[in-house]
Write a protein that binds this ligand. Structure first.
Ligand SMILES: [Zn+2]
Length: 303
């Protein structure tokens, strides 16, 4: 009896702890599609809460983004192996930023071909190594980045690319420069599903330092007209068309107000406090407001 009680308690504890960590591991989004979504721990070592996912075809797996480090990629690979033991054939980088592409080498080692837009291959080629060397500036320790090396995409495209992996059709789409000059959308038309990368941040203040606002709005309009029901953002929970509209409002509000305020003052903290009042509310990443101001709007003034 005593043993039975101990067993029940152990079972309950394991159930509760699974519940408490329900956001950990890959979430099934649709048949053959799994992703990290709604990651709450936004620390640098936890890939700034970046989402990443997989599409499992009959012949193998396509990985969408690879997280921030070798260690994080290994965690991802472990989670992938809980879902499927098929070979990992391709990695698609939605863009070149560290939290989406610095895990590439771990997948290349398994034989995966890494695919990106030509512009962001160039961006990773010129910025990858310096960023890795200065990872401390992003709040990352040597231990966080242990074993991390940059692996560049070996296959690139400029407008569109279609992948057909054992019954799963995947369209890689480039609309215009946006979050970066080579950010792409990953569309699964048969599933009405889209991986938006960092073209969509939901409930996170977006990183806009390299943003091309006009092109970014074009991307959001493109998504709004697309036949999709569910959207996996680069950061945040599983999203939909309403989040695309919110993202558009955010970018327009930020861009308009930041230009207006930056024309009058160079005080990033004061402008950020003022900006916050007029921006749509977002629960996470508030530090991005002064960062974006300094890196884009105040910088444009002095350039
Ligand atoms: Zn990004």
């Amino acid at each position: 009896m005593k043993r039975f009680v101990v067993l029940c308690v152990a079972l309950l504890i394991s159930l509760f702890s699974r519940g408490a960590f329900a956001q950990e591991g890959l979430t099934k989004i649709a048949d053959n599609v799994y992703s990290y979504v709604d990651v709450k721990n936004g620390s640098p070592a936890n890939s700034f809460a970046a989402n990443a996912g997989i599409i499992v075809g009959k012949d193998g797996i396509v990985v969408i983004d690879t997280l921030i480090s070798a260690k994080e990629a290994q965690r991802f690979i472990k989670d992938i192996r809980r879902v499927s033991d098929k070979p990992i054939r391709y990695v698609v980088n939605t863009h070149y930023h560290l939290d989406h592409a610095f895990g590439n080498a771990e997948f290349a080692r398994l034989g995966a071909v890494i695919v990106s837009h030509a512009n962001d291959r160039k961006n990773l080629e010129s910025n990858g190594e310096p960023t890795l060397k200065n990872a401390k500036n992003f709040g990352l320790t040597d231990e966080d980045m242990a074993g991390t090396t940059i692996a560049l995409p070996t296959l690139t495209f400029t407008e569109r690319m279609t992948m057909e992996l054992g019954g799963e059709r995947i369209e890689l789409i480039y609309v215009a420069p946006s979050h970066t000059s080579g950010s792409i959308l990953v569309h699964l038309p048969d599933k009405k599903l889209l991986f938006a990368g960092d073209i969509l941040f939901t409930d996170f203040h977006p990183f806009m330092a390299e943003g091309d606002i006009a092109g970014w709005l074009k991307n959001l309009d493109y998504i709004a007209a697309l036949d999709v029901e569910r959207i996996i953002p680069g950061h945040g929970p599983l999203s939909g068309k309403k989040d695309i509209a919110d993202m558009k409002s955010y970018l327009v509000a930020f861009d308009t107000k930041a230009r207006e305020l930056a024309a009058k003052s160079g005080d990033a903290a004061a402008i950020a406090a003022e900006l916050k009042k007029s921006l749509p509310a977002r629960a996470q990443g508030e530090w991005m407001i002064p960062y974006n101001l300094k890196a884009k709007y105040l910088k444009e003034k002095t350039d």
